[in-house]
Design a protein around this ligand. Structure first.
Ligand code: 2IT
Length: 444
């Protein structure tokens, strides 16, 4: 390994002890942009990369609330405002017991590059809480969201920082958060995205991450002389992202045969279509976080404690969470003839798995593949600023153009000797715009 690069990474680790997910995300970027960075003395002199790995601001706060039994509960809230060089901080809120500062720093760091790739003017941020929505009542979720916003509202705003959903934060939570923000500020603004359609939300936002990922996978396949139609897909997770991806795969003639949860995976060889896709929304609404009921409902096989990557498919789409596909899983996919893996979850693959898949087949990294979600959030911000709503067709058309632009950027910055390394393409492509903006704005 390059010694200077090694020193950079070691210094980062010494300054941020224990933040292993953050280190993983930074290492992946640094390894792929290092040569480009060093061939541009302007960037080096201004210490652009050194500044990029340091969040502009981090807020951490207490979130006290009262459960349905009248007991006081305390969670920790966060907002990591990573980089505002090209626009207001933008990125989701994650409510999950696994949330730590390291996870939100990795997500906020990746978000900066992803948002740059969308071509829209959005900086990078991420936030959330170690709150677990599992088994909570609607009223408990509401009280938690209100308490969370009672602190967060001072740090965000439509021109400052615009949160959205992520794992554990969907339309219902955005509604409660928005209501509390509006009450505290006495302002109806586009401070959050993923809003309901009746109160400033954008059409296609719920589907956008999944739709965009399938558009991106389609460009990757077309580059290999293939298409979505006729291909078999494995999908992990069963939430909003998996749902959107399955809808679009079905529309384009592909077949999805798996879904998964923390409890295991289901295998549905006939394909997840029609009412089975709608059923995912019901399953999610139970707040139980298990996929097994799908197997009971539709009479298919359930594999407890297992991941779907052992199933033979043409294309694998991790749609659940970080590091859900490891080196062993990647080897199993390759042994079964899989030709494409596109991360729909953020950092869905471990570093060694992503490396192997890039070597052997076509591999799309999350910050490019899943950028359709935040891209439509950006379109929601535009519509809010105009006080106007675009049609479904208009939003979908723009989403398609954006995903094509992101694919073009990956090919432009990641192709060497005719082979595209999408990790490098996405990282260098996302880096350039942010770096130029930081240079132009001086040492801030
Ligand atoms: O990871 C992501 O890009 C998101 N959770 C969506 C962020 C957003 O602001 O829509």
């Amino acid at each position: 390994m390059n010694t200077d690069m090694n020193l950079f990474i070691e210094a980062l680790k010494a300054r941020t002890p224990g933040e292993k997910e953050f280190h993983q995300a930074v290492e992946e970027v640094v390894e792929t942009v290092w040569d480009f960075y060093n061939s541009n003395p302007r960037y080096k002199k201004a210490k652009i990369l050194e500044r990029m790995v340091e969040p502009e601001r981090v807020v951490m706060f207490r979130v006290p609330w009262v459960n349905d039994r009248g007991e006081v509960e305390i969670n920790r809230g966060y907002r990591v405002e990573f980089n505002s060089a090209i626009g207001p901080y933008k990125g989701g809120l994650r409510f999950h017991p696994s949330v730590t500062l390291s996870i939100l720093k990795f997500l906020g760091f990746e978000q900066t590059f992803k948002n740059s790739l969308t071509t829209l003017p959005m900086g990078g941020g991420k936030g959330g809480s170690d709150f677990s929505p599992k088994g909570k009542s609607d009223n408990e979720i509401m009280r938690f969201c209100q308490s969370f916003m009672t602190e967060l509202y001072r740090h965000i705003g439509p021109n400052t920082d615009v949160p959205a959903g992520d794992i554990g934060v969907g339309g219902r939570e955005i509604g409660y958060l928005f209501g509390q923000y509006k009450r505290l500020r006495n302002e109806f603004t586009g401070v959050l995205t993923g809003k309901g359609i009746e109160w400033g939300g954008s059409l296609i936002r719920p589907e956008a991450t999944g739709f965009g990922a399938v558009y991106f996978a389609q460009h990757m396949l077309q580059k290999m002389g293939e298409d979505i139609a006729g291909q078999t897909f494995s999908v992990s997770g069963f939430g909003n992202v998996a749902w959107g991806a399955i809808l679009k795969i079905n529309e384009l003639g592909g077949k999805v045969v798996t879904l998964s949860g923390p409890d295991g995976y289901i295998y549905d060889p006939e394909g997840i279509t029609g009412e089975k896709v709608d059923y995912l929304l019901e399953l999610r609404a139970t707040n139980n976080d298990i996929v097994e009921p799908y197997a009971e409902e539709f009479g298919v096989e359930f594999f407890p404690g297992k991941k779907p990557w052992e199933v033979k498919v043409d294309v694998a789409l991790p749609c659940a969470t970080e590091n859900e596909l490891n080196l062993e899983d990647a080897k199993a996919l390759l042994a079964n003839g899989c030709k494409l893996v596109a991360e729909v979850s953020n950092m869905g693959c471990t570093a060694d798995a992503a490396f192997l898949l890039t070597e052997k087949i076509a591999f799309g990294p999350g910050k490019a593949v899943n950028a359709g979600g935040v891209a439509v959030s950006g379109l929601e911000m535009s519509q809010n600023s105009m006080r106007y709503n675009w049609t479904r067709e208009e939003v979908d058309h723009r989403l398609k153009l954006i995903m094509k632009d992101i694919h073009d950027a990956c090919v432009k910055f990641g192709t060497v000797d005719g082979k595209t390394n999408y990790i490098k393409g996405a990282n260098v492509g996302g880096f350039v715009k942010v770096a130029e903006a930081m240079l132009a704005q001086g040492v801030v």
